[in-house]
Design a protein around this ligand. Structure first.
Ligand SMILES: Nc1ncnc2c1ncn2[C@@H]1O[C@H](COP(=O)(O)OP(=O)(O)OP(=O)(O)O)[C@@H](O)[C@H]1O
Length: 298
């Protein structure tokens, strides 16, 4: 299997499907998170998305009528019951899958050859046969960045995730949390215009998860990348997100968008606990019906 066929975090996605187009930012004079009129500029626009899979027991309609706008530089969390199509949506945005109908537009900047998206998966995202340094430098290598420069950039990100001592280690020598840090460093080093994260900390213990969430937020606030982050965990979504998209049971669609109006950094000292609890209750109110619908169907 080639490196590219193996897929993984930080992989350059260059395929463009007919349903997925990129709009050149220079053609669209908006360059920051807001337009001249004060509106937030849209980085990803999905409209009328339909996606079905053909399985052994017939077709499964994974998504139907999904509409969503994700703004520039925002941390957007996608929550929903199991099987509602969260991963499917990320794969459509990345170009790994094509929609049956509808459109996904990603506004891209035309400077250099930055990939439009990079993915971070929950597991098996890094190449077992490559060292930490080569894993982190992988996306840059694929883009033709010279060895010296790509190692320089890779080392910078390895340092940001506190793995400098392990740059020559191989994945089997790392804990699960360390391996995910490699995946995150790789994704950021690759400098995509949009970072897609599919439950990257889903398998980790609570303390490691908390630590990595903070590392991720620190990288995000430095880079101000647009992030779409899939999770099952309401608390995690509220801790991380600027806005949450709560999805309805399959066929998946966006049921409600919730603004997380909590100040950052959302540290223990800073956190408005009453507001946090209100938000948790609100999200759970939307989600619980959908979870029940999913469970009843099983
Ligand atoms: N390759 C596939 N072939 C057939 N059905 C699929 C395939 N991939 C996903 N599905 C089905 O499509 C639906 C949506 O799957 P998807 O993985 O996108 O949901 P999800 O919300 O990410 O799930 P989870 O939260 O459990 O990870 C599910 O019913 C799933 O079984």
């Amino acid at each position: 299997m080639s490196d590219q066929a193996a897929g993984g975090p930080g992989q350059d996605i260059r395929m463009e499907s007919p349903q997925r187009s990129t709009a050149d930012e220079t053609a669209d004079s908006r360059s920051g998170p807001t337009t001249g009129t004060g509106e937030r500029s849209v980085r990803i626009r999905a409209s009328g998305i339909e996606k079905a899979y053909t399985g052994r027991d017939g077709d499964v309609q994974a998504l139907s009528g999904l509409d969503l706008e994700v703004y520039d530089s925002e941390f957007f969390c996608l929550l929903g019951p199991s099987g509602c199509g969260k991963s499917t949506f990320l794969r459509l945005v990345s170009g790994l899958l094509d929609a049956d109908a509808g459109e996904i537009d990603i506004r891209t900047e035309s400077n250099g050859d930055r990939p439009s998206t990079s993915m971070v998966f929950q597991e098996k995202g890094i190449f077992p046969w490559k060292s930490v340094l080569d894993n982190v430098a992988f996306g840059l290598k694929m883009r033709g960045v010279g060895k010296q420069r790509r190692y320089e950039i890779a080392r910078e990100y390895i340092e940001k995730v506190n793995l400098s001592e392990f740059e020559n280690a191989y994945p089997h020598q790392l804990s699960g949390g360390m391996a995910q840090r490699v995946g995150i460093a790789r994704a950021f080093a690759n400098d995509p215009q949009v970072l897609l994260m599919d439950e990257p900390f889903g398998d980790l213990d609570a303390q490691t998860k908390r630590y990595l969430q903070e590392e991720l937020l620190s990288l995000w606030s430095e880079s101000k990348k647009t992030v779409v982050y899939v999770t099952h965990d309401i608390e995690e979504a509220i801790q991380l997100g600027d806005r949450l998209g709560v999805m309805g049971a399959r066929p998946g669609h966006i049921k409600e968008i919730v603004d997380v109006d909590l100040e950052r950094p959302r540290t223990r000292e800073n956190l408005d606990i009453a507001r946090l609890e209100e938000l948790q209750t609100r999200v759970w109110d939307v989600l619980s019906d959908e979870v029940q619908r999913t469970v009843e169907r099983q």
